[in-house]
Design a protein around this ligand. Structure first.
Ligand code: PHE
Length: 370
């Protein structure tokens, strides 16, 4: 039993509540993890400055999963067995969460991914994973939003799909896009595959070009997508290029170049120029702290960490199973990416936005509600 648990002015014996952050701090998805950790740090700083949770300070323990599923599992083991955190925020990507969450299930510690959108993250073979939660929408919705944008707004009748086969997220999202695009009356005229860390996309792009699609959908991550966009334009492909949330990185424009990015679009979770008062407050505080506009990862990580903090407030800081039960009850939690109501699958239902790239900058185009 911990002294000082009831709050009050006496310092608690176990001084802090340890929360883990399992994130892509280095490797091919590093900007995702870095923004996520920035946001959670800022939230904890604000909460601690206001006195902490039930009189105890929050302590964030960051473990780098290096953007690799096997390392995400290692990071989870370290956080749970060495650091003994009571809950974990992250990882970002679906493949990393899928690799790390069995360890959390086994150790009975809740994991809240800010951003993993593949359906299997929370439910596999019809079974809900009790200790796994997320703060974002899912890919069947994201794929439908992308396909409808291609078919209706861009008026594309044909599409090519170019897929990172090393990512559970990309494989799933490509499939949901294809289904929705076909349903909207479109036709998939080419399908090509690549792997993470590939750098030369020209052979596949040449084949895609020959099929003459009116739009190309690449639901990959910014590192490979940046080169894909650049090389597509170099090969004279001028049609709109589209993707999903994995495009959201300041590195995208650095890698592709502003010019190549004209006439490209992607689906995302939030727009930093939102009029919501909570979002405005968050964007201002983040800019002040880091000198950067927060991306969707940061906004979602803030909301995922809020889910954990609310769970700890309700369940107390010591029992991870009770914290899990409290997180599962998340209802009407007002975050910076929307209001979170978890359904029985531990998934929120949220709207998406379409982002266009103009002069290398991300510009909000429209909101799509579920
Ligand atoms: N949705 C991606 C995945 O599941 C992760 C991601 C979310 C990346 C948001 C960028 C922005 O793998």
């Amino acid at each position: 039993v911990l002294a000082g648990c009831g709050g009050g002015s006496a310092p608690a014996k176990s001084a802090t509540i340890k929360v883990g952050a399992n994130f892509e701090m280095t490797g091919g998805q590093a900007t995702f993890g870095q923004s996520s950790v920035n946001a959670v740090k800022l939230l904890f700083k604000q909460i601690n400055a206001a006195g902490g949770v039930n009189g105890k300070k929050l302590e964030l323990v960051v473990a780098d999963n290096k953007s690799e599923p096997a390392e995400a599992a290692n990071a989870m083991t370290k956080l749970l067995t060495q650091d003994k955190v009571v809950a974990v925020v992250g990882p970002v990507t679906s493949s990393d969460v899928l690799a790390a969450s069995p360890i959390a299930m086994d150790k009975k510690v809740p994991v809240v991914s800010n951003s993993a959108t593949n359906p299997k993250v929370t439910v596999e073979n019809g079974k809900v994973k009790d200790f796994v939660f997320r703060a974002c929408f899912l890919d069947p919705f994201q794929g439908t939003v992308a396909a409808n944008f291609a078919a209706k707004s861009l008026k594309a009748k044909t599409a090519a799909v170019y897929v990172d086969m090393s990512s559970d997220y990309a494989k799933g999202l490509a499939q949901f896009f294809e289904e929705a695009f076909t349903k909207a009356g479109g036709k998939i005229v080419a399908k090509e595959a690549y792997q993470q860390k590939d750098t030369d996309f020209r052979a596949a792009l040449t084949k895609i070009k020959a099929a003459n699609p009116e739009v190309i959908f690449n639901p990959g991550y910014y590192q490979e997508v940046g080169m894909f966009v650049k090389q597509a334009r170099e090969l004279g492909i001028t049609v709109p290029l589209m993707g999903g949330d994995g495009w959201d990185s300041p590195k995208l424009a650095e890698i592709a170049g502003a010019k190549a990015l004209e006439n490209t679009f992607f689906v995302n979770h939030y727009a930093a120029d939102s009029k919501d008062p909570d979002t405005i407050k968050f964007v201002e505080a983040y800019k002040k702290e880091y000198g950067q506009t927060p991306d969707a990862l940061a906004a979602l990580a803030w909301d995922a960490a809020l889910m954990v903090v609310e769970g700890i407030k309700k369940a107390g800081p010591d029992d991870s199973v009770k914290i899990k039960d409290a997180i599962a009850q998340t209802k009407n939690l007002k975050g910076v990416t929307g209001t979170i109501n978890l359904n029985a699958n531990h998934d929120p239902v949220k709207s998406a936005v379409i982002i266009a790239l103009k002069d290398g900058k991300m510009v909000f185009k429209e909101t799509v509600n579920p």
